[in-house]
Design a protein around this ligand. Structure first.
Ligand code: 13P
Length: 334
């Protein structure tokens, strides 16, 4: 795979006014989302729900790609069209979550390291054949008393860099995601310091492992106060702190940065992205790769009446895509 092809895919993922929908919840994570709205976690319900999302009319107007879970990449619509083929026909690039999730880091209470490197080359080879053109790996960095440690940050950066290099070898664009978790009572300054160290470590590792930044996308968490913090930063403060942190750590050769929503409300996630882009131009396009902030309203509607609310749920997905697409241009009207 040439760097030109990887770069082309990466650029298409962050095309102006477009972003990514993350629907790559593992079977255990979707179980939690379904339980929250009273849906049984069966394979057919998971398939039907992903079909609802991916067949949203005109989704490709604002969505450049979707991240799927292994099971979903192998599934089809009710009439037998493979999801990956449907996406390609609608101009939506198929992506795949390839990590195997965070596990406790031995000797470091409260910290985790993401697993999934063993056998990854063969899995990526298969995912490419199944139609995937980018792959996501999520590292989890928790903030708490005396954590994160440098050891946990480095272990996660090392894994991200090895996965990213393997992706590029197999023709997939790595979407590297070091998520600094919002849970906790920390303030925005602490989040800034941690995010800065994490991104410096990540880009150091990507460099050491010969990862081509031109064919890489960063999925970043915003610099924001913890969910239990007494001091809530304003939207302007979140946007300004996130921009400053990214500008001081992320090389300009990167084709783009997309954000996760991480538990923010739908409106906050859109407003923060919009505020950052209104302050542009920046060295890279800033867009979205939201999971919950794209889906939660639609899931609620579908759960209330799977048949009766089908169209309404899809309209909600489209509206979220449009609002976030406008925010990616700094043109959201609030
Ligand atoms: P959220 O936007 O719900 O945080 O999910 C995005 C994601 O893919 C996390 O890995």
């Amino acid at each position: 795979m040439s760097i030109e092809q990887l770069a082309e895919t990466a650029q298409a993922m962050v095309a102006p006014g477009k972003g990514i929908i993350a629907i790559d919840e593992s079977t255990t994570t979707i179980a939690k989302r379904f339980a929250g709205v009273g849906i049984e976690n069966t394979e057919e319900n998971r398939r039907a729900y992903r079909e609802l999302l991916l067949t949203t009319p005109n989704l490709g107007q604002y969505i450049s790609g979707a991240i799927l879970f292994d099971e979903t990449l192998r599934q089809s619509t009710k009439d037998g069209t493979r999801f990956a083929d449907l996406m390609q026909a609608n101009g939506i690039i198929p992506g795949i979550k390839v990590d195997k999730g965070p596990q406790p880091l031995a000797g470091f209470p409260g910290e985790v390291v993401t697993e999934g490197l063993d056998g990854l080359r063969a899995r990526l080879e298969e995912y490419y054949k199944l139609g995937a053109r980018f792959a996501k790996w999520r590292a989890v960095i928790n903030i708490g008393d005396d954590i994160p440690t440098g050891s946990a940050i480095e272990a996660n950066s090392h894994a991200l860099a090895r996965y990213a290099a393997l992706c590029q070898e197999q023709g997939l664009v790595p979407m590297v995601e070091p998520e600094v978790i919002m849970d906790g009572g920390h303030d925005i300054d602490t989040c800034y310091e941690v995010t800065e160290v994490v991104l410096r470590s990540l880009f150091g590792s990507l460099y050491e492992f010969n990862v081509m930044l031109e064919g890489t996308i960063l999925k970043a968490s915003m610099v924001i106060h913890g969910t239990e913090s007494a001091e809530k930063a304003s939207r302007e403060e979140v946007a300004a702190a996130t921009l400053r942190c990214l500008k001081s750590t992320v090389p300009a050769t990167l084709p783009g940065i997309v954000f996760l929503s991480g538990g923010q409300s739908d409106e906050d996630a859109t407003a923060h992205l919009d505020a950052m882009n209104k302050a542009g131009p920046h060295p890279w396009p800033l867009s979205f790769s939201y999971g919950r902030a794209m889906q939660q309203a639609a899931l609620k509607l579908w759960a209330q009446d799977m048949q009766g609310n089908y169209g309404k749920a899809q309209e909600t997905v489209f509206a979220r895509a449009r609002d976030n697409g406008l925010a990616a241009l700094g043109q959201w009207q609030g």
